[in-house]
Design a protein around this ligand. Structure first.
Ligand SMILES: NC(=O)C1=CN([C@@H]2O[C@H](COP(=O)(O)OP(=O)(O)OC[C@H]3O[C@@H](n4cnc5c(N)ncnc54)[C@H](OP(=O)(O)O)[C@@H]3O)[C@@H](O)[C@H]2O)C=CC1
Ligand SMILES: CC(C)=CCC[C@@H](C)[C@H]1CC=C2C3=C(CC[C@@]21C)[C@@]1(C)CC[C@H](O)C(C)(C)[C@@H]1CC3
Length: 438
């Protein structure tokens, strides 16, 4: 159903270059994320961080500096229901992904000049999942029990991420050179396992990276949040305002991502990064279990929130969302069709690749206006949890580090792609994320 199409696009390789590229060894020299040492330590350290955060967040003190750390007895790490629920969830999302509903979009032009096709039915999948959840709740499914199952579920998800990454690493040796990513092919097995050798691994038309990026983990995050809300209802009779805000804000973020699913095809993860442990674990385990920490925290540490406080937090989330959505849509529209009336009037600079860079509108304010909006939202998601504990702010801290690092990676890639034109852009728009600050 989803086949590639060759198009003539500036920057794509010519027929002869393509033939050469197919056989050229694609060994990467540059290493990111601390090189081999980082790639060896991160797959050990991050899964342990997920389990540690889940334990800290529901411990009475909820302190990140607690010593000894609140480690659970090993029996609490396993429950026979956990693998069944996880596999059932993955099977449901796979089934919904494969349903022939919604439109089919083309991804960015690949090195060989082809474009892959992707189903745009994430929002449909979300709606069907929501109806199924509502039915299950109506029939008396004890969703709040997920609170008890969270640790074993996280353990199983980490296991699945490792297995998936191993499968991706092994199968990449059968992939042609022009299907390999430019970042994860150093020849060092640990580094390549971490970064991902293949750019767009597919089983038939089923795109593994695209599926994982937006579906099981992102929707799983919403389900976990809802389960925390149900647990609160079980414990206290009704959901708190703080819990409703956290659920509402984060659900808006996920629904927005699915509604604008096509835009994900232009992100660094899909266009540039290989599919290895970093993204497999990030998408499947890190996102649902650490992004839901605020709701998890509120179950054990209820917070009272004044109407004025809630209004201020809603306003902050609204401003953040507005900046995030408008700037992402502006760039996406410009990249898809620069002649579209909504972007045609914007000032741009030409680059040697034939692509232009926006220097007015949102992208003339700072070089990453979308990161600014995202960070404002992140703050609004933590504030309902009060200011007495650090653990609900884990997301804000991690996300700031991730975005600063991501900005630096993107900057390097853009300088390599656009050369002098990028330097001109940086002079015209000197601030990266926060106007006049950074
Ligand atoms: N919640 C989460 O955990 C995470 C959320 N995000 C969010 O995902 C979204 C996407 O982020 P990300 O993929 O990092 O990067 P961006 O969407 O910011 O994309 C960067 C790319 O945009 C293009 N670009 C940069 N400047 C310009 C310009 N002036 N004019 C036109 N094109 C330009 C370049 O690609 P090219 O020129 O090749 O088109 C560049 O490589 C963001 O909103 C971010 O906040 C990201 C990571 C994690
Ligand atoms: C610590 C660790 C292993 C990090 C891996 C990073 C990933 C968790 C993130 C990399 C880029 C992401 C994006 C989203 C979620 C987090 C990851 C996978 C995203 C899907 C969230 C929703 C947004 O609207 C988005 C679609 C723009 C976004 C894309 C990038």
């Amino acid at each position: 159903m989803f086949h590639n199409r060759r198009v003539d696009v500036p920057g794509a390789l010519s027929e002869t270059e393509m033939k050469l590229d197919k056989h050229r060894p694609t060994h990467t020299i540059e290493r990111e994320f601390g090189g081999t040492l980082g790639a060896t330590c991160i797959p050990v350290f991050l899964p342990l961080t997920v389990l540690y955060l889940l334990c800290v967040c529901r411990s009475p003190g909820a302190s990140l500096l607690q010593w000894p750390p609140p480690l659970p007895p090993t029996a609490q790490l396993w429950h026979p229901l956990a693998p069944t629920l996880l596999l059932g969830w993955l099977a449901l999302q796979t089934f919904l992904y494969l349903l022939p509903v919604g439109k089919v979009a083309e991804g960015m032009v690949l090195r060989d000049g082809s474009r892959l096709k992707y189903p745009i039915n994430g929002f449909h999948s979300f709606c069907v999942t929501a109806v199924l959840m509502a039915l299950a709740l109506w029939m008396g499914m004890p969703l709040g029990y997920l609170f008890e199952l969270l640790l074993p579920l996280a353990v199983c998800t980490v296991g699945v991420s490792f297995l998936l990454s191993l499968y991706l690493y092994i199968r990449s040796f059968w992939a042609p050179n022009n299907a390999l990513s430019l970042g994860g092919n150093t020849g060092n097995p640990l580094y390549d396992f971490f970064m991902g050798r293949e750019l767009n691994p597919r089983i038939g038309s089923f795109d593994l990276k695209y599926f994982c990026e937006l579906r099981p983990g992102l929707m799983g995050w919403v389900v976990i949040n809802l389960a925390m809300l149900m647990k609160e209802v079980e414990l206290r009779g009704s959901p708190s305002l703080a819990m409703l805000l956290v659920n509402g804000f984060q659900m808006l973020y996920v629904v927005d991502a699915l509604w604008n699913e096509e835009a994900v095809l232009t992100t660094m993860d899909i266009v540039h990064d290989g599919f290895g442990f970093m993204l497999a674990f990030g998408d499947l385990a890190w996102v649902p279990f650490t992004y839901s920490l605020q709701a998890n925290f509120l179950v054990v540490h209820p917070q009272s929130l004044s109407a004025a406080g809630a209004a201020a937090i809603i306003a902050l989330n609204g401003v953040g969302y507005y900046i995030f959505r408008r700037s992402n849509s502006q760039k996406n529209q410009f990249r898809r069709d620069p002649t579209h009336p909504s972007v045609a009037g914007l000032e741009t600079i030409a680059t040697a690749t034939g692509k232009r860079l926006l220097v007015s509108g949102w992208w003339g304010l700072v070089r990453h206006p979308n990161y600014l909006g995202d960070l404002l939202m992140a703050t609004a998601w933590s504030l309902p949890c009060g200011v007495t504990h650090l653990v609900p702010y884990f997301y804000v801290i991690y996300f700031t580090v991730l975005l600063i690092h991501r900005e630096a990676r993107d900057e390097r890639q853009c300088r390599a792609k656009y050369g002098l034109a990028w330097d001109t852009y940086c002079r015209r728009v000197p601030y990266r994320i926060i106007p006049y600050v950074y």
